[in-house]
Design a protein. Sequence first.
Length: 194
Amino acid sequence: ITMVEMSGEGIAVAVDETRLPKNLLFFPVSDVRDQILKENPFVGSVSLRKKYPGTLVITAVPRKPFVIVGVGRETYALDAQGVVLSQYPSAADLPVIHLSMPPVHPGDTVADPIVLTAVRFLRETASVLRVWEIAPFESSGLQARAEGMSIRFAQDADGALLARTLQTVMAGFRIKGKLPTVVDLRFDKPVVKF
């Protein structure tokens, strides 16, 4: 390797070229990609391309804000994987999760399972409907608001399973031309109210 080209959308990634193997032909692309992602928490994805005879091209893509989490003034912008991107975000077009979180720093991954359930629910249902907020509901539930309806689910629910169930329920009612005002997914069978 005689040259390393770096590119990225509004992000700079430093690579220690002395630690890179010198042979481009047998270059361990996946190992270096994993190392860059591990050392740079704000990088969402990275691609490495070999450009012969001796150039390595590294393209980094930053993580994008996906949701705002917090209560009152303690709010954080998270990406779709639960990585904290900033504190006190001002993006008004992102969904909001009204749950309190312990203090975290940008670059940390959220460990709270309830927050992660809400983030996964948003991520998994993004293709079905646009949820603009999630808040606590009763003692062990969460309630999402979207398109004139409330969707209730357990705090420890599987987001992928919720999304599949919700997609099935929504498809059936869209065909009939009438959407429910409440969909309760906390039970074995969804409870729907109009």
